[in-house]
Design a protein around this ligand. Structure first.
Ligand code: 0X9
Ligand code: CA
Ligand code: ZN
Length: 324
């Protein structure tokens, strides 16, 4: 379980209970799907928020994912915040209402439940990052999920081939069951060959950053990223960062990564995908383990950015004045 000072963080079981209670209370706008299981057999959940939630309507879809990295527990709280906020404000807050009326919002609150459980199992944090999948021929456990996605996997020295490393990319692209399950889910959102998901945020901690693709290259534009694509990404990213005080930049400005989810979502699926690195800004303010007292403030801090992305998701190029 979580140590003292952290008990308001949700374990996997606590999060699941809270989600089930929300679904029971708001069945008209919130539904839960089990999209697959983790290596250790935990359910991987996708929550859908929308008016007429049981129908697949012709509405732009937006995806929010959290907790690829085990020790980044604040990101699960971010997902739970969004679920609570959208369900409780539907019908009273006009922007929330409009978004649920005109979008289909997907929330995958926990991509790495095994790693998260392992991180807190002893009662002290283990600073675990990867999943809990064994690796052939070694005792070293785990794949870095955010180096395992099937776009330019292992291309560019942005991940490790060593199973003992924190950024071990896995034996092959999408070799992690958690990545496989979510990839399949995203592929499944294609209707008539057209990807319905238009925009996404993958939540991480920490450093207070808004990042956009690509991470595999330092080039701002190139194959798969036109000037307009880049400008729309950067404009929306900067607008969101202006609301939460994070620093906006291309992800490769931080460091080169290959096989990260945002590169896959854009490179393979043309989804306007961002990575948010949440609170704190530095190691000295708690690093991966800020006290639970910061949860309300640091999750609500991203409310406006999330709403902005939802509102522009029907046509992201509107951000640069190029509609249609
Ligand atoms: O290294 C990562 O996966 C992310 N940082 S973290 O401390 N949460 O592990 C940053 C990823 C940045 N690159 C891309 N988003 N592509
Ligand atoms: Ca709907
Ligand atoms: Zn992370």
């Amino acid at each position: 379980d979580f140590p003292a000072g952290y008990t308001k963080y949700h374990t996997y079981d606590e999060a699941t209970k809270e989600i089930d209670a929300l679904v029971a209370k708001h069945p008209d706008i919130l539904s839960k799907q089990v999209i697959g299981t983790s290596h250790e057999g935990r359910d991987l959940l996708a929550l859908k928020l929308s008016k007429n939630v049981t129908k697949d309507e012709q509405e732009p879809e937006v995806l929010f994912t959290a907790h690829q990295h085990a020790r980044e527990h604040l990101t699960v709280e971010m997902a739970l915040y969004l679920l609570n906020e959208f369900t409780s404000k539907y019908g009273s807050d006009s922007r929330v209402t409009k978004m649920l009326d005109s979008r289909e919002i997907w929330i995958i609150p926990d991509l790495n439940p095994d790693g998260g459980a392992y991180d807190i199992a002893s009662g002290d944090f283990r600073s675990w990052r990867k999943n809990r999948q064994p690796n052939a021929g070694t005792d070293e456990v785990g794949t870095d999920l955010n180096r395992n996605w099937d776009f330019k996997w292992g291309c560019c020295d942005g991940s490790s081939t060593n199973p003992g490393d924190e950024t071990y990319r896995g034996a092959s692209a999408a070799s992690a069951p958690e990545v496989k399950v979510v990839s399949k889910f995203v592929h499944g959102r294609k209707v008539g060959g057209k990807q319905q998901i238009k925009a996404a945020i993958d939540f991480h901690t920490y450093s207070e950053l808004v990042l956009w693709p690509f991470g595999f290259t330092n080039d701002d534009t190139g194959p798969g990223m036109t000037q307009d694509d880049h400008d729309a990404f950067a404009t929306i990213g900067k607008n969101m960062a202006a609301t939460n005080g994070y620093t906006p930049e291309q992800s490769s400005d931080l460091y080169i990564t290959d096989g990260a989810i945002d590169d896959w979502l854009w490179g393979d699926q043309r989804i306007f995908a961002y990575t948010f690195e949440m609170y704190p800004s530095s190691f000295g303010s708690g690093g991966f383990y800020p006290k639970d007292s910061v949860i309300p403030k640091e999750t609500a801090r991203n409310r406006e950015a999330v709403l902005q992305l939802l509102e522009i998701a029907d046509c992201p190029y509107r951000a640069i004045g190029k509609e249609g």
